[in-house]
Design a protein around this ligand. Structure first.
Ligand SMILES: [Zn+2]
Length: 356
């Protein structure tokens, strides 16, 4: 499954029509959120399709395709399901502050031209030309951004790329200084533009220039996505099994706020996971990273920097004589944990006979 984003060239009429849809769909979303909440108090719970049936007739009245309306309903329904399962907070209403900015088209699209696509209710929609991989378009979504309107299409295809044969295994530590550190010493940093963008965003935020904030945020999101694609592909190409820290990202987010959010490591890990799953001989495994920074990867003693206070320590020497780069040491420990070793025992003894 691949997702492609097409920048749309809408006519004035189509744009006005989409704005009209967004206006009505906001009400549909809010109505659904409210309906589920009120009825849940009376112990009435809805399945997806019960809800869709409830407002089946509105499609004609609002002059919006039925599958678009049910798409929004399902979106609200899923938010509640996540909340009921305690995975997320109660869904918020959409409004001026929390705008609904995307329109789902859950039904598949039969054909797409080189420069245009036919969408129910909008007619032929033109877009800026780009290569689109062959495959069935499963579903799509129109998104309104600061820089214009986009169509996200999900294409069902076996998108495999070439990977190295007999690739080694690797442990990966995630962090603030380097985005990713590999047990073989390779480090992935955040691209320079992403860092510059963060500075500009801070400036725009201080100046309360909301239009600019929107544009920079969009740019940053694109850069992060691009970075994640490149890194995840590189890793899956070059390593057969990837052990990666399962850090408590939420806890760190609270402590460090923006910086970890900017790193958006969670999404990167998802992407690595997804890409390795596409390839039969690739695996990504999350490893609980407790003590990986503290423990010396050579002798197993707890001589390394501890906790958040030790964050400034980049390099250290262990009593056993080993000199460690903080992040590489942690990455090696992640690898060892992934292989099932006991970190507190000297690694060399356990590794005898193993080639890594
Ligand atoms: Zn040591």
């Amino acid at each position: 499954m691949i997702i492609r984003e097409l920048k749309l060239k809408l006519t004035k009429k189509q744009e006005a029509e989409l704005e009209r849809w967004l206006f009505h769909l906001t009400s549909v979303y809010n109505w659904t959120v409210r309906k589920i909440e009120l009825d849940a108090k009376d112990k009435i719970y809805y399945g997806k399709f019960d809800l869709i049936n409830l407002i089946k007739l509105h499609s004609k009245k609002l002059k919006i395709p039925a599958h678009v309306i049910s798409g929004v309903l399902v979106q609200a329904w899923i938010s509640w399901q996540r909340c009921f399962k305690k995975l997320s907070k109660k869904p918020h209403f959409k409004g001026r502050r929390n705008k609904l900015n995307s329109i789902p088209f859950p039904d598949s699209i039969k054909s797409i031209g080189e420069k245009e696509i036919k969408l129910l209710g909008l007619g032929k929609v033109r877009f800026f030309k780009q290569d689109i991989p062959e495959g069935k378009i499963k579903c799509s979504r129109i998104i309104k951004r600061a820089s214009g309107w986009y169509l996200l299409i999900t294409i069902d295809t076996n998108h495999k790329f070439e990977v190295k044969e007999n690739a080694p295994i690797v442990g990966i530590d995630t962090g603030f200084h380097s985005l990713l550190t590999l047990s073989d010493g390779v480090k992935f940093e955040n691209p320079r533009e992403l860092k510059l963008g963060a500075k500009r965003l801070a400036q725009a935020t201080r100046g309360r220039n909301y239009k600019l904030i929107g544009r920079i945020q969009e740019h940053q999101a694109n850069r992060r996505k691009d970075r994640n694609h490149k890194i995840s592909r590189n890793l899956v190409e070059n390593y057969s099994t990837i052990y990666i820290t399962n850090d408590n990202l939420k806890g760190q987010q609270k402590k460090f706020g923006k910086s970890i959010l900017e790193a958006s490591i969670g999404n990167l890990i998802k992407m690595i996971n997804y890409k390795s799953a596409v390839h039969a001989d690739r695996k990504t495994i999350l490893v609980n990273s407790k003590f990986t920074t503290m423990i010396c990867s050579s002798c197993g003693a707890k001589t390394g920097p501890t906790g958040f206070s030790g964050l400034a320590v980049r390099e250290w020497n262990c009593a056993c004589g080993a000199h460690h780069d903080r992040d590489i040491n942690a990455a090696i420990n992640v690898l060892h944990l992934g292989l099932g070793y006991n970190l507190k025992a000297p690694a060399m003894e356990q590794l005898t006979g193993m080639s890594i």
